[in-house]
Design a binder for this molecule. Structure first.
Ligand code: NAD
Length: 482
């Protein structure tokens, strides 16, 4: 299929004002670090330095936790749910009003295509605040006890793949339930969290209810290990999740861990193949494959395997890789040099282990971090690209003959975050959904998200749920205001 030519359609970056350097957001204002350093946040599509961000010290984390405690005791933990809800509604509306600014900043800092940050990340982030605003005065009806109480101060650590969206998954339910928050964004993508701090000011949120401390792993560690933190909410790699679970074992802290995934996207021979192709592309190439629930293992029933791969390659030929700010771009930049090195390394290992590699022939920009959409066929179940999370635009294809074999192969992973099923048979969908050890199972679609729907994993994909009524559970207790 010939690729249509489009004139460049770049989104203007003039809508967003990026400061040359940022402090920390503690107690309702931007403050300088006490003894911390700084590091650059770069645009992964160009390697341009966007801003210097503070590398918060343990003393900064301590200050933020104290500010959160003071706000919890002083005002937020005692505020009527209906009043908390008003703040959340206000934040949601401001996010909508400033959506374009957030979308451009997210794309600059993360490398994801503007059409995704504009149409997915930012609207969903606002939707999370709207949804949880509605819960704030109805917690007594959530099936969590007659008078659920907040947990207290929550330490939240998030990854770089959906920076503002992961922030909203964390902050919206915590605030709705009456907790206060110290959040650490990922080191490569701090800027929308810092812009969100401005939104908190604009919404007149009481000082200290939300605190943002930027930094790398050491800052995250200082936060989760701080004795003033009552609950930890973490999204990131399984490796770091395990380290956090170990570090808080034996304390009274509660934790939810949203970790990695290696989802199977399973196509039966009766599936609508063209629709499945669209779902497969969305499943693995959305957000450059930097998606915990990405459909990174395609399981195809043998009779349709050849046809499916042929159609998939044909469809991939229409994908546009390049400037993330261009409204026609489908696949943006890999988020960092470190992540690019990992995607390259695992892909080379896949090839060395005997899988057949196919990459879309395309021109990649000279600057920045790029990787073409890639498919591996003839992948053995034991191959590292079938077992480990690549977290990039790389699809491993395996085949199966019977539904039982599909289930066995799909569940043959240490992870259990999500799965997809493509078939015309409703009874098979229900049977498969029952057999698959995955927190989310999509049928004849993939990567559908909604704040009303709980999300979370089995096995090494973590524990706890985010979103929906289930997600509130992590943020309430029967205890009193400590
Ligand atoms: P990561 O674990 O390296 O980092 C995540 C966050 O943890 C970052 O903010 C980092 O600075 C911080 N951190 C690092 N070491 C720490 C420590 N010892 N203590 C406390 N915090 C620490 O993960 P990443 O590379 O940023 O993100 C990719 C991973 O996130 C993938 O594995 C992906 O599957 C996972 N993820 C999961 C979900 C989910 O909902 N299950 C969603 C998005 C991403």
């Amino acid at each position: 299929m010939a690729k249509l030519e489009y004139a460049p359609a770049p989104e203007s970056r003039a809508v967003v004002e990026i400061r040359s350097s940022y402090g920390l957001f503690i107690g309702g204002e931007f403050v300088d670090s006490q003894g911390g350093g700084a590091f650059p946040s770069i645009n992964p599509a160009t390697e341009e330095v966007l801003a210097d961000v503070t590398d918060a010290s343990a003393a900064d984390v301590d200050r933020a936790v104290r500010a959160a405690r003071a706000a919890y005791r002083g005002v937020w933990g005692r505020m009527a749910g209906a009043d908390r809800g008003k703040y959340l509604f206000r934040i949601a509306r401001i996010l909508q009003e400033r959506a374009r600014e957030f979308a451009v900043l997210e794309t600059l800092d993360n490398g994801k295509p503007i059409k995704e940050s504009r149409d997915v990340d930012i609207p969903l982030a606002a939707a999370h605040f709207f949804y949880h605003a509605g819960w704030a005065d109805k917690l007594a009806y959530a099936g969590l006890g007659v008078a659920p109480q907040p947990v207290g101060v929550v330490g939240q650590v998030i990854p770089w793949n959906f920076p503002l969206l992961m922030l909203s998954w964390k902050i919206a339910p915590a605030l709705a339930c009456g907790n206060t928050v110290v959040l650490k964004p990922a080191e490569t993508t701090s800027l929308t969290a810092l812009l969100f701090a401005e939104v908190c000011q604009q919404a007149d949120l009481p000082p200290g209810v939300v605190n943002i401390v930027t930094g790398a792993g050491a800052t995250g560690q200082a936060l989760v290990e701080h004795p003033g933190v009552d609950k930890v909410a973490f999204t990131g790699s399984t490796e770091v999740g395990k380290a956090i679970a170990r570090s808080i074992a034996g304390t009274r802290k509660r934790a939810t861990l949203e970790l990695g995934g290696k989802a199977a996207n399973i196509v039966f021979d009766d599936a609508a193949i063209d629709e499945a192709v669209t779902g497969i592309v969305n499943g693995i190439f959305f957000n450059q494959g930097h998606v915990c629930c990405a459909g990174s293992r395609l399981l195809v029933q043998e009779p349709v395997a050849d046809e499916l791969i042929r159609k998939l390659k044909r469809r991939l030929a229409t994908i546009r890789v390049g400037d993330p700010l261009d409204k026609n771009t489908d696949l943006g930049a890999i988020n960092s040099a470190v992540q690019l090195a990992r995607v390259r390394e695992l892909s080379d290992i896949g090839e060395a282990e005997g899988a057949q590699r196919w990459s879309l022939p395309c021109d990649l920009p000279p600057q920045g971090f790029w990787f073409p959409p890639t498919i591996f066929t003839d992948v053995a179940q034991s191959s590292r690209i079938a077992q480990e999370e690549v977290f990039g635009p790389v699809l491993s294809v395996l085949t199966f003959r019977t539904p039982q074999e599909a289930v066995a192969k799909a569940n043959n992973t240490p992870y259990g975050l999500s799965a997809g099923i493509w078939t015309e048979k409703g009874s098979r969908i229900l049977w498969m959904a029952d057999q698959l050890r995955a927190g989310v199972v999509w049928a004849n679609t993939f990567n559908k998200f909604d704040p009303t729907s709980p999300f979370g994993g089995y096995k090494q994909s973590g524990y706890g749920r985010e979103g929906g009524r289930h997600g509130l559970e992590a943020y309430v207790t029967a205890g009193d205001l400590g």
